[in-house]
Every structure is written in structure tokens, then in C-alpha cells.
Ligand binder design. Sequence first.
Ligand code: CA
Length: 225
Amino acid sequence: MHVLVVEDEVDVAESLIRGLRRHGYDAVGVATGSRALDTYRDADLVLLDLELPDIDGLEVCRTIRAAGDTPIIAFTDHSNESDRVLGLQAGSDDCLNKPYGFRELMARIDAVMRRVRPRHPATDPAIEHGPLRIDAATREVWLDGGLVEVTRKEFDLLYYLASHPGVVISRRQLMAEIWGDPMTHTASPHVSRTIDTHVSTLRGKLGSSNWIRTVRGVGFLFGNG
Ligand code: CA
């Protein structure tokens, strides 16, 4: 799971990232709100300090929430209830006062991810194409009987494409369906890069470019390995 840590205090950011990596998360840090807004689309979870040097953290939180359902846990420097309420009202899934205990944070991450994970109802059928099995109930991808580790976005992307075999899916459609971004950013090169990065990572994990084919100038097509 890819975690974006938005924190301007270097010491706090470093120890948090170290701790997350020790727990098996793929964590990266940014120190400003503008960098957060540039990079959150790649994240499965955003850990957001609300006191940032450039943009008001609440504004960052609202912007991410307006664009989609990326889970956010926010942190406030003040130990009062009203700051936490503001964080929650701005769209965060949870809000903690600093300093917080690392074990509590881990438990809260688990709780937030449990709530957001079942995006597809458990009754969704598993999709099978030859040696590839994509199970919506367990959110697992299997290839030739082996489990393929994928991030939340990678799963959603593959599941969506595989649900429409033989249909060319446009980048705009992917952005709206997978990133929940209603075409405001579709023209930006960053969006194209985000999709390309996910597609290229998935191809690497699936060991072939043929599962997801590029249709030049249009979008992507689910193939047959
Ligand atoms: Ca701060």
C-alpha cells in the first residue's frame, strides 16, 4: 500500500516514514501542500499534517476530498476538539492530535482502510481470463496460481479494464472511474503520467504488456496476456 506523508517537520516525517516502511507500507514524504496536491493521486492513503508552510492543510484536505475518495488521516498540532472537528469536516477520514502514539496511528490506519476497502460489493464475481484471476471480494490478483501484490489503485484499474474486455477505455474515463476525478484535470500531463505509471507497474507485475494494451491517442484495452 502506497502512503503519502505530508509533513513539513523533517524529524517527524522521517520517523513516521521509517515506521511505516517497517510495517510494510510503501511510504514517501512531501513537505508542502502544493507537493501534496501534485502527488496524492498515486497514494492509497494520505497522512496529512494540517499546519503546512504554504497552503492551509484544511484546504489541501478539501481539495483531495473534492477530487475523490482517497483516504486521509489528518494531524493537528493543537490538542483541542474543535481543530479535530475542522479536520473531519474538511473531509478527512480520521483526525489525530500531535503528538500521537505510533501504535494508535497504525490501528487507525487499519480501521480507515477497512472502511474504504470494500469498494466492490462482495457479490461481485471474480473475473477470470486464462491464467489471470481478479477477485473483487478479496481484492486479490492471481496469475498462474501465484498471488500478485497490487496497490488499491492498481487493483481498481485492472479490475475496471478487465470488466470491459475488448472495449477501449479512455484516459478520461479511467480518471473519473478510478481516481474519482471528474475531468477537471484530464488535460494535465500529470494525470497522463499517473495513469501511465500505474499501467506500466501493472504490466511489470503481470510479466507482460499484453494484458493492458495501449491504443495510441485513445486509451487502454484489456487484452489476453
Ligand atoms: Ca506542521
